[in-house]
Write a protein that binds this ligand. Structure first.
Ligand code: FCA
Length: 334
């Protein structure tokens, strides 16, 4: 039977539409999804990792499901929901490193691959879970660079060690935290800083109010001859609160040197014309986010396993002098 011309072309059009939607469905079915779970989504550090993981997704053609996991319960339910959404694996900075075994058990149950970023999992006896691929900062070395930068600035200001004290806000529960402050103190001592002028204060929380509290409790112990202060901590937030505490205690910016680590979380502070927060050691959050997401994508699509341990040791000191240029260089200035 011969159909009129109009009907034939309509049929052809309908067939073409079906073919297009079929191939779309096939593509949709093939879209690779990976999760990216972070403990403190409010920190620009983690927002930067997310943004660059998404960039990797755009470049390579996969979808990144971003989930904030501030506690253990949210972490475990996030893993279930990733699996329900068809993800094949996830990158995670856990809210507590001792959740490692529980995270791995849940991931195994759901057939998901896991890469740890920034904070390395530990098992029930406190040992690193070396089987889980991990990418993070070369913490001791970065801490040493932070301490050396503090000492160099103190020397530049002509500070006398006799009237200079350091408050180091510590978070020893977290290996990457302990190694950074240990490295920092190591470099201060190597620069001749007197050991008995170092006050350690344990952080209860890894945020600005937490570091304000811990620094405050150290400041009351200072002798009256303490004229200049160095403020240290494992990242920007753990130094920023400390610097706020020195301001409330009446120390002028010229008598305080606070240097953080992360860079990303200190941009607002460095935009202020002056403060006791002198600068920050900027590692590579853009590479960490991009690389871990890319490694996970390759793992789930080609079976290529990521290395068990990747250390990132490059850092740049950013101060009010150079922060704009340095951040621009790596596409982090907006
Ligand atoms: C830890 C810190 C973050 C960041 C990261 C590299 O997770 O909490 O602020 O410094 O390591």
């Amino acid at each position: 039977m011969k159909h009129p011309r109009g009907i034939r072309s309509l049929c052809r059009a309908a067939l073409a539409v079906t073919a297009v939607s079929l191939s779309c469905n096939l593509l949709a079915a093939e879209e690779v999804k990976i999760g990216f779970l972070v403990k403190q989504a409010e920190e620009p550090w983690f927002q930067t990792e997310w943004a660059f993981a998404e960039k990797a997704g755009k470049d390579k053609g996969f979808k990144v499901i971003k989930i904030a996991v501030p506690d253990g319960e949210k972490t475990l339910s996030a893993i279930d929901s990733l699996a329900a959404n068809g993800a094949k694996g996830f990158v995670i900075c856990p809210p507590d490193v001792s959740l490692g075994p529980a995270i791995m058990a849940k991931a195994k149950l759901n057939d998901l691959k896991v890469i740890a970023v920034d904070d390395r999992f530990v098992d029930a006896s406190g040992k690193f879970m070396e089987d889980v691929p991990y990418l993070g900062m070369a913490a001791f070395e970065v801490g040493q660079k932070q301490g050396a930068a503090m000492a160099a600035e103190a020397k530049k200001r002509g500070w006398d060690w006799k009237e200079t004290y350091a408050v180091i806000n510590t978070f020893n529960e977290l290996d990457t935290g302990k190694k950074r402050t240990d490295g920092s103190v190591d470099a201060l001592k190597k620069a001749g800083f007197p050991e008995d002028h170092i006050l350690y204060s344990a952080l209860k929380t890894l945020d600005v109010p937490g570091s304000m509290d811990s620094t405050n409790s150290a400041l009351v112990k200072l002798p009256s001859g303490a004229k200049n202060l160095i403020i240290g901590g494992m990242n920007d937030n753990t130094v920023l609160g400390g610097v706020r505490a020195t301001e409330s205690a009446g120390f002028k910016a010229a008598n305080v040197i606070g240097i953080g680590i992360n860079g990303t979380d200190a941009i607002g502070e460095l935009k202020k014309p002056d403060s006791g927060f002198f600068g920050s050691m900027l590692p590579s959050p853009h590479i960490e986010g991009y690389k871990t997401a890319e490694m996970m994508y390759e793992w789930v699509t080609t079976g290529k396993e990521p290395p068990k341990y990747t250390a990132m040791d490059e850092v740049t000191l950013i101060t009010r002098e150079n922060f704009k240029q340095e951040l621009e260089k790596i596409g982090l200035w907006n």
